[in-house]
Design a protein around this ligand. Structure first.
Ligand code: NA7
Length: 553
């Protein structure tokens, strides 16, 4: 296909992509390979998405580096070597910068530009996209590669503006190293970001106060340098390894036992858990087949982790406070740590329960809970994100009827396959709510979505049609299925960000698809094979405005 970049001079593109993380970068590359005129807008000063913003100390992927990387290019796979089993944020960011340079992506990326609105025009069958830099461009397709965990959420305490020290959110960390040496530091939040950063901050701070509302289950990463054997094996066999991974429920290379946790003797169960604990990371999730379906089975794994906490933490009262009890293991994303529980044995670390003793306000010199006042030099909010819908809802996206996506999603997100939305033709979401996304290896899911979208756009172009829109019926059926599958598991029992429960006022609905990546992939393939079942394909646009656009394919 010819390179159609020249169309960008007119502000009329085939495709506009929003976001330059793992999704946006590969989407851009595919679009260019296929000859589409494309522009990508990115709010950050650099590419990398999640890995651009989350620079907090200890930030690291919880999926193994060899798997958490693109598979689309043989050369890229061969030339890039990861240094550790679990890659740190700086290394992943270096990788994504390498990808952007290697595939010459920067020439179609506009950085430091936030998309503020996207408006569909039914006559021209095109989207008008506006940015905070005053750009106004039009595109036949708009692809949201805006990420699942990109809208940082600050707790709504009064008084933050009066705080005289420095404060940070883990999801929007400064680019310069932050030095906590000799400081009294408070960390609010004990999800994955808190659990990764707390051991690192404890090493620097004169005293670290951890304000915990809900303890989380965390398992050791058992991180270390990536051995040459693993590296070489992966390089030699990556095609086969990737194939195997795509057949696994979470598209993550863990061994899944077919056994029930309740069908084996106690000693055998303990042996299996111990082996998985020593293996590290998400291995625990595959220990038994019924862990996410059966509360009794889940309790055995949860009890095992609680016993580990008791074994590591010397003060029994602190161990008790760190032990999760009000949700089943893994129904909030299990955390993967390095030295988290042992950090609470340090003299300079204090754990404060803010469930029964809530934070009431931030003061000029620290914070005040119902029962006590804490003097702090710095405050770290590890308080999470408006997950899965936050980044889409802050763009004013107006579809065919003039209603916004935010209005449509007031009762929770509704999509067909997590990819498209009834009423919003030619608008695609990469790893959107209703797709496996955060319940899978994100890179595998992202590559699958990018390729599905690319095939769809070629299909549309080849037929000279204007585009396609998901039907309400297909969307209803899919959302019913997403909910039915979720309700077969223990996941809805937790007040998790998967449920929208971490944002006050957000509708509670289980957002990701937990039917497994292979089933999902099969469903998407069937939809395509049946001529885009569940979508309405638009007839060629014969209007004057449309005729001009139709000339583009
Ligand atoms: P998470 O997992 O949403 O964790 C946020 C933490 O912050 C969690 O412990 C929350 O407690 C706590 N939090 C939030 N608001 C408050 C207030 N107001 N007071 C006290 N504590 C609060 O976000 P992360 O950034 O750690 O991880 C997100 C994902 O990124 C993670 O799952 C990985 O996939 C990577 P709560 O549980 O709500 O009581």
């Amino acid at each position: 296909m010819p390179d159609r970049r020249s169309d960008s001079n007119t502000g009329a593109f085939d495709v506009v992509i929003v976001g330059a993380g793992f999704s946006g970068l590969y989407m851009l590359h595919r679009m260019r390979e296929l000859g589409f005129a494309v522009r990508l807008y990115e709010a950050g000063e650099g590419v990398g998405g999640t890995w651009f913003w989350n620079r907090y100390p200890g930030a690291r992927c919880d999926i193994e580096s060899v798997e958490y990387s693109y598979s689309f290019s043989e050369e890229l796979q061969r030339e890039w070597q990861w240094s550790e089993r679990y890659a740190s944020q700086p290394e992943i960011l270096r990788y994504l910068n390498h990808v952007a340079e290697r595939f010459d992506l920067h020439r179609d990326i506009q950085l430091e530009t936030r998309v503020t609105s996207a408006t569909f025009d039914e006559i021209g069958y095109r989207w008008t996209i506006e940015t905070d830099r005053g750009d106004q461009v039009s595109a036949r397709f708009c692809i949201m590669a805006t990420g699942c965990l990109s809208t940082a959420k600050l707790p709504e305490y009064k008084g933050l503006e009066t705080f005289q020290g420095n404060w940070y959110h883990t999801g929007n960390w400064p680019h310069q190293a932050v030095n906590f040496e000799g400081q009294r530091v408070g960390v609010i939040g004990t999800g994955s970001s808190g659990i990764q950063s707390i051991p690192m901050i404890a090493e620097q701070a004169s005293h670290l106060f951890v304000f915990q509302r809900t303890p989380n289950f965390s398992v050791p990463a058992q991180n270390g340098p990536l051995t040459p054997e693993v590296s070489q094996d992966w390089t030699a066999n990556h095609a086969e390894r990737r194939q195997q991974i795509r057949k696994l429920p979470f598209a993550i290379a863990i061994e899944h036992s077919p056994d029930s946790a309740l069908a084996v003797p106690t000693e055998e169960r303990q042996r299996v858990y111990e082996q998985r604990w020593q293996r590290g990371g998400f291995a625990m999730m595959g220990a038994f087949a019924d862990l996410i379906f059966n509360k009794e089975a889940n309790d055995t794994a949860a009890d095992f982790v609680r016993s580990k906490i008791r074994g590591i933490v010397s003060d029994p009262a602190v161990a008790q406070m760190l032990s999760p009890r009000d949700f089943p293991l893994a129904t909030k994303r299990i955390c993967v740590d390095t030295g988290y529980y042992a950090t609470f044995n340090r003299e300079n670390v204090t754990l404060i329960d803010v469930r029964d003793n809530p934070i009431e306000e931030i003061t000029p010199t620290g914070l005040r809970t119902r029962d006590a006042e804490y003097a702090l030099d710095s405050l770290v909010f590890a308080s999470g994100f408006d997950a899965m819908t936050g980044s889409l809802n802050r763009i004013e996206i107006r579809g065919r009827t003039g209603a916004t996506l935010k209005q449509k999603w007031a009762q929770g997100p509704r999509t067909y396959l997590g990819l498209m939305i009834a009423g919003f033709p030619n608008l695609f979401v990469v790893a959107g709510p209703g797709s496996p996304s955060v319940l899978s290896n994100m890179v595998v899911s992202i590559e699958h979505h990018v390729e599905w979208i690319a095939d769809c756009l070629v299909y549309i172009r080849d037929r000279g049609i204007s585009g396609l829109e998901a039907t309400e019926a297909a969307e209803d059926e899919w959302i019913a299925h997403v909910n039915a599958v979720a309700n077969m598991t223990l996941f809805p029992l937790a007040n998790s960000w998967y449920m929208g429960a971490n944002v006050p006022g957000k509708t509670r609905i289980f957002m990701p698809y937990i039917g497994g990546f292979p089933n999902y992939q099969k469903k998407c393939a069937e939809v395509t094979a049946r001529g885009y079942e569940g979508f309405v394909l638009s007839i060629p646009d014969r209007s004057a405005a449309g005729a001009a656009q139709a000339a583009s394919w």
